[in-house]
Design a protein around this ligand. Structure first.
Ligand code: PDD
Length: 277
């Protein structure tokens, strides 16, 4: 397992960072999770654009050839199907202090783990999910992919305790997203998803779903979704880079639609597979 740390490629157990790294002390850092299939980054441009957006939002200044760094990391790990994790922290000071100067040099870390190629899977390989709905306890800059993930971890643990796979969150009566995914509902043949803004992450998979819907004349709309709308939906899906688009068949213990993977999900899943090939 070779990882990348500040310009070096080295075995994971040889990679060391400072105890004063602000990523460790304060969660003062951003990240991306990018799937590579057969050694090639999937929607890499979109992921890197979002990374630059997150870095800019937190004023972390670094200029790197991300594509070259990640491609070399992937080939050092044998290529194939890998999920690449890339994290950039503001860097390490010489003591713990909330304030920071402009002399810090960002810490850049990347590693990868094997994943299944969901895009060459068949629809029968996709296991539908059970979810709970809970309060969104996060900050108001969820558009920034920061590593401050404590609220996300708390809600997914709550889901696990209730025998569910994911937690969907609601703020001010509106559905936002899952602990590590975006969310879609289908009502009478129309796909609805929460509006893009500072309350959700602009998911790369979410964007692809909206693009595919547009290209194939499937009506889709960004709207506010309340609990009632969610619970009466014909279909519910979640989306993320590592999971693709997955149907939800149970919400808070109640069946969604007829409790099966929905017909519009099957269509979208097919479009996904075709898009990648
Ligand atoms: N999570 N919303 C949140 C809060 C997320 O953490 C993620 C991704 C998404 C989906 O974004 P994308 O489609 O670009 O993967 C939405 C990654 C996979 C993670 O934290 O592991």
């Amino acid at each position: 397992n070779i990882v990348y740390l500040n310009g070096e490629y080295l075995p994971a157990d040889k990679a060391k960072i400072s105890v004063f790294d602000r990523g460790f002390l304060f969660g003062d850092s951003v990240y991306e999770v990018i799937p590579f299939y057969q050694g090639v980054g999937f929607r890499l441009t979109e992921h890197l654009a979002r990374l630059e957006y997150s870095l800019r939002a937190l004023q972390i200044q670094t200029c790197q050839d991300w594509e070259a760094i990640l491609n070399l990391l992937v080939s050092q790990n044998g290529g194939g199907n890998l999920s690449v994790y890339l994290q950039i922290t503001r860097g390490a000071g010489d003591s713990r202090s909330h304030r920071y100067g402009d002399d810090l040099s960002p810490t850049v870390f990347a590693c990868c783990t094997p994943i299944k190629d969901i895009y060459t899977a068949g629809p029968d390989d996709i296991v539908p999910m059970k979810v709970i709905v809970t309060a969104d306890l996060r900050w108001h800059r969820c558009d920034v992919k920061s590593t401050c993930l404590l609220p996300n971890i708390m809600v997914v643990h709550q889901a696990q305790a209730q025998d569910a796979d994911e937690a969907l969150m609601m703020r001010d009566g509106k559905l936002t997203e899952g602990s590590s995914c975006n969310v879609f509902i289908v009502l009478q043949g129309v796909i609805y998803t929460p509006k893009r803004g500072s309350e959700i992450l602009g998911g790369t998979t979410r964007e692809l779903i909206m693009q595919l819907a547009d290209e194939h004349a499937i009506p889709s709309q960004e709207v506010d979704i309340d609990y009632e709308m969610l619970k009466t939906a014909d279909e519910v899906w979640i989306s993320s880079s590592t999971r693709g688009v997955v149907p939800v068949i149970e919400i808070d213990g109640d069946q969604v639609g007829d409790g099966e993977k929905g017909p519009l999900w099957s269509t979208m899943f097919e479009l996904f597979i075709r898009y990648q090939q």
